[in-house]
Design a protein around this ligand. Structure first.
Ligand code: ADP
Ligand code: MG
Length: 243
């Protein structure tokens, strides 16, 4: 079976800055790939190209064998198939928690309000915030808001979930409640690409680690390999600072 995500010789510049340098990798169905690396190495840009929040200069990205669409209805479908969770929650501030989770399924997937709400409540239950359904995001803790953001992405029944430093903006005591939800999702077989500095989580949950530096994938391997036998000085230096 072909991989779910194929990233094939992708290059991207921001003006003079070469932010993605010949990135080639694949992600299999059910695989959890953790992306780590120093700030500015291109991790967020890579994530954003996968659901086409950023365009690429050359190369190709395919999801489920289909090259990324560039516009219109196909693009909306792609965004629904690829759930994204950001550092800064990005919930709709003036909608309730329940509305945050039902909006996409009603508009993009064409669910009835009733079905969307039933499904949303199941998901809110799953991430442990069902009792917050009628509140506005600002009334929730950061950890709760991020769990709502995960439920909102899951409500679209994505094939792939992208997480870009989902716990970086959280107070320390809330990090684990979000990582626990992500761990469960991984165990349930979701295909995930996760940018994170949480090395314990990476070690435990990753099938594969990509280490990026200066826009390139510098090392790629099992967590065991990467964390115990980093090959390059860049990776050794990075791990020396974060572990
Ligand atoms: P990371 O997520 O690894 O910290 P990013 O992908 O955010 O790295 O950024 C990679 C490089 O691209 C950085 O030098 C950053 O300043 C630059 N960059 C990111 N987004 C933009 C943008 N929209 N315009 C110009 N430069 C950008
Ligand atoms: Mg980033």
């Amino acid at each position: 079976m072909e991989p779910l995500v194929e990233i094939d010789h992708v290059d991207k510049h921001f003006g003079e800055l070469h932010v993605l340098k010949d990135i080639t990798t694949t992600v299999d169905r059910g695989e959890v790939v953790i992306v780590i690396g120093p700030s500015g190495s291109g991790k967020s840009t890579l994530c954003r190209t996968i659901n086409r929040l950023e365009t690429i200069d050359s190369g190709e990205i395919r999801i489920d064998g289909t090259p990324l669409p560039s516009e219109g209805r196909d693009l909306a479908r792609l965004r629904a198939d690829v759930g994204m969770v950001f550092q800064s929650f990005n919930l709709f501030a003036h909608k309730t928690v329940l509305q945050n989770v039902t909006l996409g399924p009603i508009r993009v997937r064409g669910l009835s309000r009733r079905d969307a709400e039933a499904r949303a409540m199941e998901l809110l239950e799953r991430v442990g915030v069902a009792d917050q359904a009628t509140k506005l995001p600002a009334q929730l803790s950061g950890g709760q808001q991020q769990r709502v953001a995960i439920a909102r992405a899951l409500a679209m029944e994505p094939k792939l979930m992208l997480f870009d430093e989902p716990t970086s903006a959280l107070d320390p005591e809330m990090i684990n409640e979000v990582l626990d939800v992500m761990t469960e999702l991984a165990h349930d077989g979701m295909t995930m690409i996760v940018v994170t500095h949480e090395m314990g989580f990476a070690r435990k949950v990753a099938n594969r680690v990509l280490f990026m530096a200066d826009g390139a994938i510098v090392e790629e391997g099992t967590p065991e390999d990467f964390f115990t036998h980093p090959r390059t000085d860049r990776a050794k230096d990075f791990l020396g600072k974060v572990l």
